[in-house]
Design a protein around this ligand. Structure first.
Ligand code: ADP
Ligand code: DP6
Ligand code: CO
Length: 324
């Protein structure tokens, strides 16, 4: 009863920001991402008779407390699905900074969903796996698939129609995504807490929701016809609107740092010089820059010259879940 799975992170081009059901993790809006080949999690789950509780090792460190609690609550769902009362040892390695806005919860919970369901003997198809991963972390529903992926919010109250679908595979379009590393430290406000606070208290949240369905339709069309300027500009505007909602929350907050804005300005300067590059930012200070492969040298050079940039990790569209 042991299995190992790998999942890649993803970067949202149309953000998931706000839940309509907290316990089932159902989103308030459909959203869309690109899976990234540069960041991943590999997780091994071993169910064993005789264990009295679950254990969790992350990056070779034993984890207790809240983070173990989240893994155990997730495994409870897997146990309920299989009808087996058995505990597990979970060992995971993040090839991505944890809880810093690089979507470790996406690759982490997608890998956990795949490894644990296989280890316990469930044979879930990708749609079922996406629904399961969703209940661990919303963005993980998308990391089951490679390429360009839409998480369809669904309408039902039980979540049975809320899962991700691939809209184009990784070979559809050779774009690049540079993750500009400014800080690898854990964020003060988790994605979960940040979106909850925004939904509950920000008067700007309604404005965000109003525009996002339109953004999604536009970006899907742009991806289909490979209109880079359109895709980039819709993604950038969607990101700005999501981050604007946090400023209206009570208490107000932002994920940006001074260096975040410096990188955003570098991207705007690149565009003024005729190089199509666009940014997007998840729940953290780090910036992801979208560009076409022929502009890599110029984009990299400009980003490296920006004050505060620690590292640049370049991804192509990546693949979905895999097993070892
Ligand atoms: P991020 O930007 O990294 O996705 P979040 O606040 O959304 O940040 O989620 C971080 C949380 O995801 C961690 O505190 C932990 O609970 C969970 N997580 C991250 N990596 C893993 C992993 N490999 N296995 C299980 N859970 C993980
Ligand atoms: C800003 O999936 O990390 O990155 O469902 O509460 O675990 P939970 O949150 P999470 O939220 C991601 C928010 C985002 C946008 C996105 O990835 O779509
Ligand atoms: Co996350």
């Amino acid at each position: 009863m042991k299995a190992t799975a790998r999942a890649h992170t993803n970067i949202a081009l149309i953000k998931y920001w706000g839940k309509r059901n907290e316990s089932l993790i159902l989103p308030a809006n459909s959203n869309l991402s690109v899976t990234l080949d540069g960041f991943s999690t590999e997780t091994t789950v071993h169910f064993q008779e005789g264990l009295k509780k679950d254990s969790f090792h992350l990056n070779e460190q034993n984890v207790e407390g809240d983070a173990l609690g989240k893994v155990a609550i997730f495994l409870d769902k897997v146990r309920a699905l299989s009808g087996k009362e058995i505990y597990a040892q979970v060992q995971s390695v993040n090839h991505v900074p944890t809880a810093a806005g690089f979507a470790s919860s996406a690759s982490g919970l997608a890998a956990l969903a795949a490894a644990s369901s296989k280890a316990i003997g469930l044979s879930l198809n990708d749609t079922e796996l996406s629904k399961l991963a969703r209940q661990g972390s919303g963005s993980a529903s998308r990391s089951i698939f490679g390429g360009f992926v839409e998480w369809q919010m669904g309408k039902r109250e039980d979540g049975s129609d809320s899962f991700a679908v691939q809209i184009a595979d990784k070979s559809h379009w050779d774009i690049r995504i540079a993750a500009v590393v400014l800080s690898k430290t854990e964020k003060k406000v988790s994605s979960r807490e940040g979106m909850r606070r925004t939904v509950e208290t920000s008067p700007f949240y309604a404005g965000w929701l109003e525009q996002t369905a339109k953004d999604l339709q536009e970006i899907k069309q742009a991806i289909k016809v490979k209109d880079f300027e359109k895709m980039g500009s819709v993604a950038e505007a969607n990101c700005m609107r999501m981050h604007a909602t946090t400023l209206g929350a009570n208490p107000p907050f932002t994920y940006w740092q001074d260096t975040t804005m410096r990188v955003m300005q570098t991207v705007q300067t690149l565009r003024e010089q005729g190089i199509p590059a666009f940014f997007t930012i998840d729940a953290g200070p780090n910036v992801k820059v979208l560009y076409l492969p022929e502009n890599e040298a110029k984009v990299k050079k400009r980003l490296q010259a920006t004050e505060g940039v620690e590292d640049i990790i370049i991804s192509k569209p990546g693949s979905g879940i895999s097993y070892r």
